[in-house]
Design a protein around this ligand. Structure first.
Ligand SMILES: [Mg+2]
Length: 229
């Protein structure tokens, strides 16, 4: 199948978000004078953040609440006199400064953008995601960025994908493919929307999901199979 539109998830598909988070988190905590085991504190943050994102993806909480609450919960046991709103603000400022690419991301975006168009479909915070792409070497190859905060819906909601499709209405659903690392958002969302999907699965995890991707790759370079020779 030759595709005209490649819709990439951003975090942990093209950009190594965990590495960026770790760098940003440590720098903000240190700037606020928080003395703690940074590895343990970051692990706690990841647990709280994941729980809140799951609630957000179910439509139970807002992104504004998530942005602050993840820090309030992480710092609560320390009883530090730090305003979680300030931490949240500094963290969002620090994130775009620490962009880390996944292996092969620039090369594959360059090649696919010559064969068709590359768009980004990401659950995230618009200002942050746009700045991170601008700071990365990906920007010249990206046609548009669709962020959940702009669309008003998050993956896997089919309305999120309707919004992304509205940015390129001339492209048929069978001419596009969604590429992402999460079965429960990227692959399920693509399935609900009615388009093909490719699971980026670098750790070769076993899929327990009811909905299966059409394709699966362990490295981004394997996506070259989608370029018509
Ligand atoms: Mg992802």
């Amino acid at each position: 199948m030759s595709y005209k539109l490649f819709l990439f998830d951003l975090d942990d598909t093209l950009l190594d978000f965990k590495e960026s988070e770790k760098l940003s988190f440590s720098s903000v905590m240190q700037s606020l004078g928080i003395q703690s085991d940074m590895t343990a504190l970051f692990s706690q943050y990841q647990i709280e953040n994941r729980k809140l994102w799951t609630e957000f993806e179910k439509g139970l909480i807002t992104q504004e609440y998530l942005k602050v609450e993840r820090f309030r919960r992480t710092l609560e046991p320390l009883q530090a006199a730090v305003d979680p709103h300030l931490v949240a603000k500094r963290y969002l400022e620090a994130l775009p400064e620490s962009v880390v690419l996944i292996d092969g991301a620039v090369e594959i975006c360059r090649e696919l953008s010559a064969a068709g168009e590359v768009g980004i479909v990401t659950n995230g915070i618009s200002g942050v995601q746009n700045q991170r792409i601008a700071k990365s070497a990906l920007e010249p190859y990206i046609s548009f960025i669709c962020v959940s905060e702009d669309s008003g819906y998050a993956k896997p909601d089919v309305r999120f994908f309707d919004y992304a499709h509205s940015l390129r209405p001339h492209v048929q659903k069978d001419e596009m493919i969604v590429i992402g690392d999460r079965l429960e958002t990227d692959i399920l969302g693509a399935h609900n929307f009615g388009t093909d999907s490719c699971w980026f699965n670098p750790k070769n995890d076993k899929s327990m999901a009811a909905v299966q991707p059409k394709y699966e790759v362990q490295s981004l370079s394997e996506l070259r199979r989608f370029i018509k020779s």
